[in-house]
Design a protein around this ligand. Sequence first.
Ligand code: DX5
Ligand code: ZN
Length: 227
Amino acid sequence: MAVQMAPSILSADFARLADEAAAVAGVADWLHVDVMDNHFVPNLTIGLPVVEALLKHTGLPLDCHLMITGPDRWAPAYAEAGARNVTVHAEALRSPVRTLRQIRSAGARAGLGINPATPVEPYEDLLAEIDLMLLMTVEPGFGGQGFLDLVLPKLRRARAMVARHGGSVWLQVDGGVSEETIERCAEAGADVFVAGSAVYGADDPAAAVQALRAQAERAAGAAPWRH
Ligand code: DX5
Ligand code: ZN
């Protein structure tokens, strides 16, 4: 599947979200929206009202990453509001099958989030229920953290697992993705790349997305898992 670039607005100016979305509109595939509740992670960001407002101001598909407790309760509403992707964390779900199916039946793609220390193998039987798996490459909660190389072997195992099931689940990396690390991610099996500070910390966010995409496509194209 084609490489997808998802700039994260966590590193954007929250008082100018519509402009910040517009800055990457021509070059990004999805806009990544980090929802944090100060319970699942030690940080508080934005929720459904801001997602609903943003949907009125951007044509970019919203990739909503829910870092919240009680995702079973809250996730379907993001799908109903019009988010293209809704990702819920394995560590927080009580009824994964029911919630993932509710996300899909509300018209969104379903994503499963996996923290750095959470293995992917227990979720193999859920692959048919999801469209993407988000592998955190930092501990969730903050932008601008250092990339955790220890996730790369798990990413390779996730890619092999997905390949056994026909290859139709995207593998997304989130956290510390930059020009220094994106090639390692693509080589190990990622095909969706979230980048916050590497995009919105750059002088020209659109140019940063294009440069990262070129690196990812080159590395993925040469990666053994693509052949
Ligand atoms: C962190 C969030 C990420 C964050 C990544 O918990 O899930 O999406 O925006 O930021 P960078 O790319 O700066 O590590
Ligand atoms: Zn995220």
